[in-house]
Every structure is written in structure tokens, then in C-alpha cells.
Design a protein around this ligand. Structure first.
Ligand SMILES: *Cc1c(COP(=O)(O)O)cnc(C)c1O
Length: 416
């Protein structure tokens, strides 16, 4: 490109902000369970000329001319997604996980219909019927959650609710749940009481794709996901479904809830699926599981209560109340941020604080695992977190941890 037309030349302000964000990503330990670092190849695809193209419709059925190449890239993304998840039909156009879920609802529900979903406080997602989300505004929502003692999903209670509520749709899938989900059991319950099932694997898609978490694809009528969490692709969404629902899903997405697809992002998805089909990707997902266990066990041994007592996947939840009753999730998040450790506060089952304060932390390893960190680094990270949490008001100690965090990140540079 002509250097006169480079971003730093054209818009030095934006270029400088991007550079500072790049630096932040380099020098922070990213423990937000929903984040990851996508490959340079995916970023190239997303930063390509495909952003210039309008392609309303689907391959071979577009409303615009000039679609021969974007047709090829979307078809490639579709074929690879089918190979990766063994699904009958897939729509790769959703701009996000939220768009994917909304399209499923539009395809099979009418306003006022009853739905049965996991509550936000127990680990569910906003788009699963939260009162201030369109899903909670349009549909009559009943929530199930986790068992108060075991903190595992209470499948018996879910079944009781399905019996009394007679939902039209059951949703299963979470943003803050550390245990293996029994999709087959929930499908049996939903179908027994005449409901359809949507499984939302936004968080665990990478584990599902590599067979490290049971797949809902054989059991659920609809499976939605994001492509940017454990799957490590570009920011976006995707819907898989049985062939019988293919037409209604496609038309609920376009023209139902979206216009032109983001072809550059769809190209990024195609690259992500190719990467996810490789043996290295399975090794990566296995390392995520080992890292999460190592980090979780070390935090536990340092005296913290882990929600449900442990983890089966890429994340876990710390309940601060037992060890540090005066420290809210918000306080903890802010102090850790000062030490260049990025994670988020989270409500815990039986939460006693407001969601803005919260009593827990959600910790995930997908992003640090992408950088190449392994179990020894997880033990160091646990020590960093523990030191900050026990010295919340000691800026000198927090500054020392920050220096150590930066030193650690320098040993594991980002590939950009
Ligand atoms: C992240 C997430 C979504 C939404 O994804 P966005 O791309 O942020 O819209 C949906 N469902 C679950 C379970 C999620 O964790």
C-alpha cells in the first residue's frame, strides 16, 4: 500500500489508539474466559477487501451481482463448519452470538410463547430470556439454574419446570459454568414435553469441535455459537441445525434479523475452521483443559472456594466470600487490573451482592494458553492473583506484581 494512504498517515489518532491497545494486549495477562487471540491469518482475512462487498442472500442466491468470489468463501466456510461439527445445516452469517440466538427465536417462537432457560445469576447468558434483553421482553421466560448445594445444573428441577411450564423452546448453554453439560439429557426432557431445544455452545465451541466436551449436535434442534471464544476465530456467530429447520433458520437470519453479511468476517471464519480442523488445535484445547485445572487447583490450595468445587472446561468461578468476605468481585477486578491481570467479576450461585459488585471472579485460560503458557506459568499466575487479593490496598505490592506480570508476558509474545 502507498505509505501516504497508511492508517498512521491518514488517521494518526486512531492508529495510536490501536497501537496502545496492541501494547495492552502484549503486557496484560488475559484471563477473561470469553476472550482469545486469533491468528494473524484470521486477522488478515478480516482486514481484507472482502469488507467492500454487499452479498445479501446466500451462495448462488444473492440479491447483488459480483458475488462469485464471496460465494466461494462462504461455501468454503459452510463446508468446513459441517466437517468440524458434523452438523446437517449451518448458517455462518450471524454477526455475533446474540444475532444467532435471536434468529433461532424468530424462527420457532411467537411473541408471548413460553421458554425455559438458565438464569443469568447461575451462569446463563443475557440472550437466554434476561428481562432487559429482547429475548426476555418478547417471550414468557422461566429460569432453571444450578443446585444450591452441588452447584451443578439441576436437571431434576429443569424437568419439573418443563412439566409445569410446557415451554415451546428450552435453551441450554452458559457463559459462566465450569462443568460438563449433559446435552442429551436436556434434549430428552425438552422433547418429552414437546419443546424444541437450542444448545448455545458460545463458550465451549473449541472443546466441542475437538471432542473434549460432548457435542449437542446429535441431540439439539438448533446449536448456536460464537466463533471468537475458545474457537479462536474472528468475532462472530453461527447457527447449526437439523436439515428440517434449514429454510426457517436461513430466512430468520436474512431477511429476518440481518441485512448484508460481513464477508470479510466470514472469510475469517473459514480460516478459523481450517485451523480448528488441524491436529495442533486439538493439542491446544487439551492444554486449555490442563491449564485451567492447574490454575484452579492452585487457587483452591491457596484457600479460596471454587464454585462447584472445580472445573471440567476452560474456566472456573472463585467465590470470594468464604476467604475475603469484605472484598467484592468489583474491588478484586479493579485491583488485579492495576497489576495487569485482566478478568471479570461474576455473580456466584446464591449471590448476596448486586450484579455490579458481585462476590465472585470468573477466570479462564484460553487466551494465555494461546500465548504458549503451560502449567508452570499457571502456578505463577495463581500466586500473582493471591498476592493482589490479599494486599488489595497496598499499591507497592501490587506494583511489584505488575512488574512480574510484564516480565512473564515478555516471554510469551503475541504473534502480531
Ligand atoms: C458470549 C455468549 C453469547 C453472545 O455472543 P456475542 O457475540 O457477545 O453476542 C451468547 N451466548 C453465550 C452462552 C455466550 O457466552
Amino acid at each position: 500500500m502507498d505509505s501516504q494512504k497508511d492508517l498512521p498517515h491518514v488517521d494518526p489518532e486512531v492508529a495510536a489508539i490501536i497501537e496502545r491497545e496492541h501494547q495492552r494486549q502484549e503486557e496484560h495477562l488475559e484471563l477473561i474466559a470469553s476472550e482469545n487471540f486469533t491468528s494473524p491469518a484470521v486477522i488478515q482475512a478480516v482486514g481484507s477487501v472482502l469488507t467492500n462487498k454487499y452479498a445479501e442472500g446466500y451462495p448462488q442466491k444473492r440479491y447483488y451481482g459480483g458475488c462469485e468470489f464471496v460465494d466461494q468463501v462462504e461455501s468454503l466456510a459452510i463446508e468446513r463448519a459441517k466437517q468440524l461439527f458434523h452438523c446437517e445445516h449451518v448458517n455462518v452469517q450471524p454477526h455475533s452470538g446474540t444475532q444467532a440466538n435471536v434468529a433461532v427465536y424468530l424462527s420457532c417462537l411467537s411473541p408471548g410463547d413460553p421458554i425455559l432457560t438458565m438464569s443469568l445469576e447461575d451462569g446463563g447468558h443475557l440472550t437466554h430470556g434476561y428481562c432487559k434483553n429482547i429475548s426476555g421482553m418478547l417471550y414468557r421466560t422461566t429460569h432453571y439454574g444450578v443446585h444450591r448445594e452441588t452447584e451443578f445444573i439441576d436437571y431434576d428441577a429443569l424437568e419439573e419446570l418443563a412439566k409445569t411450564v410446557r415451554p415451546k423452546l428450552v435453551t441450554i448453554g452458559a457463559s459462566a459454568y465450569a462443568r460438563t453439560i449433559d446435552f442429551e439429557r436436556v434434549a430428552d426432557i425438552a422433547h418429552h414435553y414437546g419443546a424444541l431445544l437450542m444448545a448455545d455452545i458460545a463458550h465451549i465451541a473449541g472443546l466441542v469441535a475437538t471432542g473434549l466436551h460432548p457435542s449437542p449436535v446429535p441431540f439439539a434442534d438448533f446449536v448456536t455459537t460464537t466463533t471468537h471464544k475458545t474457537l479462536r476465530g474472528p468475532r462472530g456467530g453461527m447457527i447449526m441445525c437439523k436439515e428440517a429447520f434449514a429454510k426457517c433458520i436461513d430466512s430468520a437470519l436474512f431477511p429476518g434479523t440481518q441485512g448484508g453479511p460481513l464477508m470479510h468476517v466470514i472469510a475469517g471464519k473459514a480460516v478459523c475452521f481450517k485451523e480448528a480442523l488441524s491436529p495442533e488445535f486439538r493439542t491446544y484445547q487439551e492444554q486449555i483443559l490442563r491449564n485451567t485445572k492447574a490454575l484452579c487447583t492452585e487457587i483452591q490450595q491457596r484457600g479460596y472456594r471454587i464454585v462447584s468445587g472445580g472445573t471440567d472446561n476452560h474456566l472456573f468461578l472463585v467465590d470470594l466470600r468464604a476467604t475475603l468476605p469484605d472484598v467484592s468481585g468489583k474491588d478484586a477486578q479493579m485491583a488485579l487490573e492495576k497489576a495487569n491481570i485482566t478478568l471479570n467479576k461474576n455473580t456466584v450461585p446464591g449471590e448476596t451482592r448486586s450484579p455490579f459488585q458481585a462476590s465472585g471472579l470468573r477466570i479462564g485460560s484460553p487466551a494465555v494458553t494461546t500465548r504458549g503458557m503451560k502449567e508452570p506459568e499457571m502456578l505463577q499466575i495463581a500466586e500473582f492473583i493471591d498476592t493482589v487479593l490479599r494486599n488489595l490496598n497496598n499499591d507497592t505490592i501490587i506494583a511489584t506484581v505488575r512488574e512480574r506480570v510484564i516480565a512473564l508476558t515478555k516471554q510469551f509474545p503475541l504473534p502480531y
